[in-house]
Design a binder for this molecule. Structure first.
Ligand SMILES: Nc1nc2c(c(=O)[nH]1)N[C@H]1C(S)=C(S)[C@@H](COP(=O)(O)OP(=O)(O)OC[C@H]3O[C@@H](n4cnc5c(=O)[nH]c(N)nc54)[C@H](O)[C@@H]3O)O[C@H]1N2
Ligand SMILES: Nc1nc2c(c(=O)[nH]1)N[C@H]1C(S)=C(S)[C@@H](COP(=O)(O)OP(=O)(O)OC[C@H]3O[C@@H](n4cnc5c(=O)[nH]c(N)nc54)[C@H](O)[C@@H]3O)O[C@H]1N2
Ligand SMILES: [Mo]
Length: 765
């Protein structure tokens, strides 16, 4: 029996209902209710003075970057404040005056805490002291920073080889922290660097690299002012990137059009009442979506093929639809794409995507005459078995229209975590980059490993099978974010040591290894002072712009240590000061880290100086129409297969999505205001016809059951809500439904879990 199995932990937490209230779904986003909710959150967690001070500096040139999403700041931030309701919630979570201190852990065992909801766990407050959970123990106890580093070093030294350790990163860490972390992991000797992008935009990275030669988007914020059409596919900006609505509003004011493709009619895409404008709050707001295509889950490829087929038809009749000069000069594979489109009839594609024919024709007519098109997308495209092909099909459309490398046009994968893109740029990845390795050898003199590392799903498997024994996380909540919660729980519990560098308590701290460490760190909004001097760090936004961020509120505790210094502490203890890299010195002086980033990472020359103000753009070959690193130096058209699902009678395709009141696994509150669902998270959205078929009434209690490879997985207690969602489709929230997502089913090539297309049955209780 393993020592952790002596701990009686509830992996999934409670599944009781919290008292649902339903209203009609909203038909606009933001406006006065958003201001009200934001103010409530801020005052409750931070109080008046702190709220005022903190919000004044968020996303301002001399202030700090919002700890929420990665949407860029405008060149001239609004004087009224450059933040949104959910940015205020993100800040309030971090800047809360509540504390999880030594007394807290003395009072509550991990067993008891594991029976709390994620909401309650998160609301306990900020972590303030390093803590250790010893083998067999159920209470975290205080440990000194020095002893914590020593403990990690000893466990790492005890491994048979470096590949028995896994180093996870969530996307909140600064470029400086991520660079130092990646450097340490490579110096230690492994590329086992799974990160949250493996569960997020990895499919975008793979698809864009293979077709356009860079795994990032090509548009800049100002392109939204010039775009003729913006397509928003599989993304819910009203909730997850609210500041994007201002960009869409501007696009509309300049005569642009918006097409949204989504199984749900998300309120944020219908209308927007801009809280930064007086008229925005008090008028009926700006209409955003011109055409909504209500696609069935994971039928975007058939829909896009149908759109392209219809465009081709007009092109053949009238011409002027495709950009033939562009296609000839910059692309490869056009003829193959035409052959591919011939393979399908319009009828079968229409049937598959489930969208109203008339609306598709409207969209096609809108696209036919336009040249400046932006396609935005997020998790609705990436988290499927064919996630990579979903995105390649979007690229096909842009290539046909020549909508790349010109103002008002391009790719816009809308990133999640505020610095997830930067972390990857500065070296957090499980792949081997020969160029990066060479630069590390030249700059630091040690040889980084040349063996491919483990990504998230493979790291879970390795820990489950006992092949990896130490798990270190720079941020995040691995247990709840990853697929297959019970399998992942066992994987973490198998480890000899789990280490979490965190700001807030979460379930990963409770469902932990035999020994577990919590290392509390300074948050984005807090002053980071060394030797009396405040330090700043840099981040990269969703559009490849690097800029500074400098916290200004007092840290939650004097004993917090910054992320770079924690990494330096671990590295120093492991190498015992006998290493080519001056870990301690570098970790204390971020200018030194930046000097090395400039030497090692392409595009960062002059980082310290250039990151001032609104910052600088990293090189982007698509913007320059340079496809020299691709086959034949051309951007690549792709032929994509149709998605395949074997769905039997009584089975449904479930998408696991975010409510309006959460940031990933952090639950801000229990209201999904835009969808009209209040005070409850255990819900499943279902089409009325399907409810009838299953003899279900509104608010009936059901279990969701998935069945893959002979294994049944069950999520207990969900309330059925009749909703405007395509027949055969369901929606429910993550992380509650992650228990249903099989760890071994993931996207081809990107290995992203199939969180948006899980086949489930609905079992009435
Ligand atoms: N407030 C807040 N902000 C956040 C986050 C948060 O949790 N809270 N998370 C951050 C992170 S890490 C990320 S990655 C982003 C996530 O941002 P989103 O991707 O917007 O988040 P999801 O809730 O997963 O929403 C997916 C959307 O895709 C749609 N969808 C699902 N399946 C399909 C499909 O097959 N086809 C199409 N066309 N649409 C589909 C859903 O209906 C939903 O509108 O947001 C970031 N910002
Ligand atoms: N079923 C399903 N699963 C999903 C998704 C889905 O749509 N459906 N989405 C996936 C996506 S897109 C993502 S990105 C992942 C998210 O996966 P993660 O990034 O692992 O999860 P988060 O919930 O964002 O992590 C929250 C924790 O981060 C810590 N934290 C916050 N700020 C900081 C900081 O500044 N420094 C440090 N060190 N720690 C900090 C806090 O302790 C907090 O509890 O989840 C994925 N999982
Ligand atoms: Mo994400």
């Amino acid at each position: 029996m393993s020592e952790t199995s002596k701990r009686n932990i509830s992996v999934l937490g409670p599944n009781e209902f919290t008292g649902i209230k339903l209203k009609k779904p909203a038909n606009y986003a933001a406006g006065l209710p958003a201001v009200k909710v934001a103010v409530q959150h801020a005052l409750k967690e931070m109080g008046v003075v702190k709220s005022f001070r903190a919000l004044n500096q968020m996303n301002q040139k001399e202030g700090f970057d919002c700890p929420g999403c990665a949407w860029p700041d405008p060149e001239k931030p609004s004087k009224l404040g450059e933040y949104c309701e959910n940015g205020v919630k993100a800040l309030s979570e971090e800047a809360t005056h509540k504390r999880v201190d030594k007394e807290f852990f003395k009072q509550y065992s991990v067993e008891e805490l594991s029976r709390w909801s994620d909401y309650k766990i998160g609301k306990s407050g900020r972590l303030v002291a390093p803590m250790v959970l010893k083998p067999g123990s159920v209470h975290y106890e205080p440990i000194s920073w020095g002893d914590a580093y020593q403990l990690i070093a000893e466990e790492l030294h005890q491994l048979d080889n470096p590949d028995q350790a896994v180093f996870y990163t969530s996307g909140r860490s600064s470029n400086e922290a991520a660079f130092l972390y990646g450097l340490f992991v490579r110096a230690f000797g492994t590329n086992n660097m799974p990160d949250c992008s493996n569960m997020c935009h990895e499919s975008s990275g793979v698809a864009l690299s293979e077709t356009l030669g860079i795994g990032k988007g090509s548009v800049k914020l100002e392109d939204f002012d010039k775009a003729e059409v913006v397509m928003v596919i599989g993304q819910n900006p009203g909730t997850n990137h609210p500041r994007m609505l201002s960009a869409l509003q501007k696009c509309k004011e300049n005569g642009g059009k918006v097409i949204s493709i989504n199984p749900l009619e998300e309120a944020g895409l219908i209308r927007f009442k801009n809280p930064q404008e007086f008229k925005g709050v008090f008028s009926s707001g700006a209409a955003l979506t011109d055409i909504h295509l209500q696609v069935k889950i994971n039928q975007d490829v058939p829909l896009l093929k149908l759109i392209m087929k219809k465009l081709l038809k007009i092109e053949k009749q009238d011409g002027g639809v495709f950009d033939h000069d562009f296609i000839k000069k910059y692309t490869q594979g056009y003829e193959d794409l035409l052959v591919d489109l011939e393979k399908y009839t319009e009828e079968e594609l229409l049937q598959l995507c489930g969208v109203d024919d008339k609306r598709i024709i409207d969209a096609v007519n809108m696209l036919a005459s336009k040249k400046k098109i932006i396609i935005c997308w997020a998790m609705g495209l990436t988290q499927h078995k064919n996630g990579v092909e979903n995105i390649k099909e979007c690229v096909n459309l842009l290539l046909l229209k020549g909508s790349l490398g010109k103002p008002g046009a391009g790719t816009c994968p809308v990133r999640g975590h505020s610095n997830v893109q930067g972390d990857r740029t500065v070296g957090i990845m499980h792949h081997v980059s020969p160029a990066l390795n060479k630069a590390i050898i030249n700059t630091f003199g040690f040889n980084p490993p040349e063996k491919e590392g483990l990504d998230t799903v493979h790291a879970i498997k390795a820990m489950h099978e006992g092949d990896a024994k130490v798990f270190v996380a720079l941020g995040g909540n691995f247990l709840s974010a990853a697929s297959d919660t019970e399998y992942t729980a066992q994987a973490l519990q198998n480890c000899n040591l789990t280490v979490s560098v965190s700001t807030k308590l979460n379930r990963t701290h409770l469902v932990a290894g035999k020994t577990s460490l919590i290392l509390p760190t300074i948050g984005r909004s807090e002053v980071d002072i060394k030797n009396g001097k405040p330090r700043f760090f840099t981040v990269e936004n969703s559009m490849g712009k690097v800029h500074r961020s400098k916290g200004l509120i007092n840290p939650a505790s004097d004993s917090l240590v910054s992320e770079p210094e924690i990494i330096g502490g671990i590295a120093n203890a492991y190498f015992k000061e006998g290493h080519l890299v001056p870990w301690k010195k570098m970790s204390e002086d971020y200018d030194l880290i930046r000097e090395k980033i400039e030497e090692v990472i392409i595009g960062f020359k002059g980082l310290s100086a250039k990151s001032k103000g609104t910052g600088f753009y990293l090189p982007n070959n698509v913007r320059d129409l340079d496809f020299s690193r691709l086959p034949n130096q051309k951007a690549q058209f792709s032929t994509c297969d149709l998605p395949e699902h074997v769905i039997n009678n009584g089975e449904y395709l479930l998408m696991t999505i975010r409510s309006h009141d959460q940031f990933n696994t952090t639950i801000y509150g229990l209201d999904d205001r835009y969808r009209g669902i209040y005070n409850e998270r255990r819900i499943v959205l279902m089409n009325k016809k399907d409810m009838k078929k299953e003899s279900l009434e509104e608010l009936d209690v059901v279990n969701l059951v998935s069945y893959y490879d002979g294994k049944e997985r069950k999520a207990i207690n969900f309330l059925v809500i009749s909703y405007n969602i395509p027949p055969g489709n369901l929606a429910s929230y993550f992380p509650e439904t992650n228990v249903l997502v099989p760890y071994n089913h993931f996207a081809t090539k990107s290995n992203t879990p199939i969180s948006k297309s899980v086949i489930v049955k609905v079992e009435k209780q």
